[in-house]
Design a protein around this ligand. Structure first.
Ligand SMILES: Cc1cc2nc3c(=O)[nH]c(=O)nc-3n(C[C@H](O)[C@H](O)[C@H](O)COP(=O)(O)OP(=O)(O)OC[C@H]3O[C@@H](n4cnc5c(N)ncnc54)[C@H](O)[C@@H]3O)c2cc1C
Length: 438
């Protein structure tokens, strides 16, 4: 036990995972969220504090590992509660309009497919089920500092004492402004404009459909517009279907327009579901202007007993499905920090260094791909041309070679760091196969 009371601001995926970790180190953990997390209806549903909750959310295998680590038996519990494990061989993957034999990634990887509110509700139940964790409704407004050390938080005009504070209020976090108000410099925010447009709809799923899961990725190219679509089975005998576009390619909320788009812009499976299955509820849209990361690790001065986690540190293009898993890996970094006998009178530098490893990995994967989009104009990393050339060949090789596909899949699902692709023997082999394929 390091603390009497730890406070977590925001009780979504990042906040819940941080609270789980803190419950091993604090006598009391208090989660403050602007939604009433304890009073939500029993049936999982999107809530106002997480507006992206109605959109398709995929959990990467690395995230499943973290859930199993912190909540033993989580996967079985999720499956028993209605999460879906599609029968083998019923997943389809289209690349640039062509059906591929082997989807990217590891075919043996575990899957936990559900709606986002369902997953969050299961995690929340486990976390709030711990005797020393509770939640209160309130809007966090700032920090209380005792010189260079955080001593509490302010919410709804109330001051709450705290021995340790985690900011998990998401991509619009005000933590930078809060520390600035106490005389600290703000972390630099790096952004990549992506102008992503999502539209998600739910459809009734028959008991034994021919296709359970379908992903379509169209890369920009001659006569081709960059578009991603996904169809995944979720709890309650439903599918959730996403169609996306970039910049001015913006799917709307009109169900007729949605169906038309599925028929004309995506492979036939999407049109078939959209026109034959029953639409449940409305079409929900979401626009994300940028990917962003806050460079906390660079700050020379930062309050002690304070960290940030999840989207409050970095939020990526969601089509790569990295956000929830990254938040879970941040919780792992928090555990590492707290178990390492930290000097709590100093900023949590080793925590932010570990978080940077996770953020760099996810950022590298998603921004390298996004920089190929015609409307994305930087910032370009050092050596971008070489990275782009090599990653293009590795991707081509992954379509032909099982081992390359498996390793690339581990990197894109955050099971391995991108540096695993630069391991010399692997790289030479992958480039050779990719060059032959090209
Ligand atoms: C369209 C879209 C699709 C996505 N798809 C995927 C996907 O497929 N896979 C994936 O892994 N990730 C996906 N993500 C990302 C994912 O939603 C987040 O990364 C994930 O929820 C972790 O976020 P978080 O917990 O840090 O913040 P959030 O989920 O944004 O939660 C922030 C929490 O803080 C609370 N809060 C905010 N401000 C305050 C305040 N002042 N006081 C008190 N409480 C406050 C909110 O109520 C909320 O509970 C997607 C995101 C978007 C936008």
């Amino acid at each position: 036990m390091l603390f009497r009371r730890a406070v977590v601001l925001g009780g979504s995926i990042a906040g819940l995972m941080a609270a789980r970790v803190l419950s091993d180190h604090a006598e009391q953990v208090l989660i403050i969220d602007r939604d009433d997390l304890a009073g939500l209806p029993p049936e999982p549903a999107p809530r106002p504090g997480v507006p992206q909750g109605s959109q398709v959310h995929a959990l990467l295998p690395s995230g499943i590992n973290q859930l199993q680590r912190w909540f033993p038996g989580f996967l079985d519990e999720a499956l028993a509660a209605g999460a879906v494990n599609p029968p083998p061989g019923t997943n389809r993957f289209y690349l640039d309009g062509e059906l591929r034999d082997e989807p990217p990634g590891d075919p043996d990887a575990k899957a936990l497919i559900s709606s986002r509110p369902f997953l969050e509700a299961l995690i929340r139940r486990r976390v709030l089920g711990r005797a020393n964790v509770r939640t209160v409704r309130g809007r966090a407004e700032g920090l209380v500092l005792d010189r260079e050390t955080v001593a509490g938080v302010r919410y709804d005009g109330i001051e709450e004492a705290a021995d340790f504070v985690v900011d998990a209020t998401g991509r619009s976090s005000r933590l930078s402004e809060w520390i600035e108000a106490h005389g600290f410099a703000k972390p630099e925010m790096k952004r990549m404009g992506i102008r992503l447009n999502y539209a998600t709809a739910l459809f009734r799923r028959p008991a034994d459909p021919a296709v359970w899961t379908c992903i379509s990725i169209a890369n920009p190219g001659p006569g081709r517009v960059a578009r991603i679509a996904g169809l995944t089975p979720i709890e309650g005998d439903r599918w959730t279907m996403l169609v996306s576009g970039y910049a001015d390619d913006r799917p709307g909320r009109d169900p007729e327009e949605y169906r038309r788009r599925c028929l004309t812009d995506f492979p036939p499976d999407f049109g078939a579901v959209a026109t034959t299955a029953e639409l449940v509820g409305e079409v929900n849209t979401y626009h994300q202007a940028d990917s962003r990361r806050r460079e906390f690790h660079r700050l020379r001065r930062f309050p002690a007993r304070l960290v940030a986690a999840g989207d409050a540190v970095a939020s990526f293009n969601p089509v790569y499905g990295q956000g929830m898993t990254s938040a879970m890996l941040h919780a792992s970094a928090l555990s590492e920090y707290l178990r390492g006998e930290p000097d709590l009178s100093r900023p949590a530098r080793s925590y932010f260094r570990d978080v940077k490893v996770v953020v760099d990995a996810a950022w590298q994967v998603s921004t390298t791909a996004d920089l190929a989009l015609p409307h994305v104009d930087g910032p370009y990393p050092k050596g971008y041309r070489a990275i782009r050339w090599a990653s293009g060949l590795i991707f081509k090789a992954s379509m032909r070679d099982h081992r390359v596909n498996q390793r690339l899949g581990q990197v894109t699902t955050l099971l391995a760091h991108p540096s695993a692709l630069a391991e010399p023997r692997f790289l030479v082999r992958a480039l050779a196969i990719g060059a032959r394929a090209a």
